[in-house]
Design a binder for this molecule. Structure first.
Ligand code: S3P
Length: 167
């Protein structure tokens, strides 16, 4: 099986997925990057077509991924909202909730055009984080806390190697 990283915005999914992909020589997909390559900037999709359309695009990209065993996938923080996304990924992947505490996440520089749901309101961000955390917990095969990047990469890499044994 491959590996899919799930977790909140700013928890390090892209960096960790890309690095593990390079170190293992695995195929790496970042669903936000694929969306942008196919449909243009995420900020534009949200602005002109709305979040609902973004979620449709996200699902169509996720559920068409060709997932061979040696694949690592970084998903967008909201990919867990639609059960079909998770059902599809879980057919081919072990899922890792890359967990980072909200205090550390909020230390990142503020609003980012490619993260339209990242708002400069810590209270609202915390509410979204708690709501989403229920779903990350529900769909995760394991949880890895991203406290130290190098250690996290090593843990994900080892888990990915072990996942190859699973069908
Ligand atoms: C989103 C997270 C983003 C991106 C989009 C929506 C979300 O991905 O997919 O802005 O709903 O949490 P990252 O988790 O990579 O920031």
């Amino acid at each position: 099986m491959g590996v899919a990283l799930i977790g909140f915005m700013g928890c390090g999914k892209t960096t960790v997925g890309q690095t593990v992909g390079i170190e293992l020589g695995w195929q790496f997909w970042d669903t936000d990057i694929l969306i942008e390559q196919m449909y243009g900037p995420i900020s534009r999709i949200f602005e002109t077509e709305g979040e609902k359309r973004f979620r449709e695009i996200e699902s169509s990209v996720i559920t068409r991924l060709k997932i061979i065993p040696e694949t690592i996938i970084s998903t967008g923080g909201g990919a867990v909202i639609r059960p079909e996304n998770m059902q599809y990924l879980k057919n081919f992947c072990q899922t890792i909730w890359l967990k980072r505490n909200i205090t550390d996440i909020l230390k990142r520089p503020g609003p980012d055009p490619d993260r339209p749901l990242w708002i400069a309101d810590n209270q609202k961000m915390t509410e979204l984080y708690l709501k989403r955390s229920v779903l990350y917990q529900k769909y995760a095969d394991i949880i890895i806390e991203n406290k130290n990047l190098r250690q996290t990469i090593d843990l994900v890499r080892n888990y990915a190697i072990d996942s190859l044994r699973l069908k």
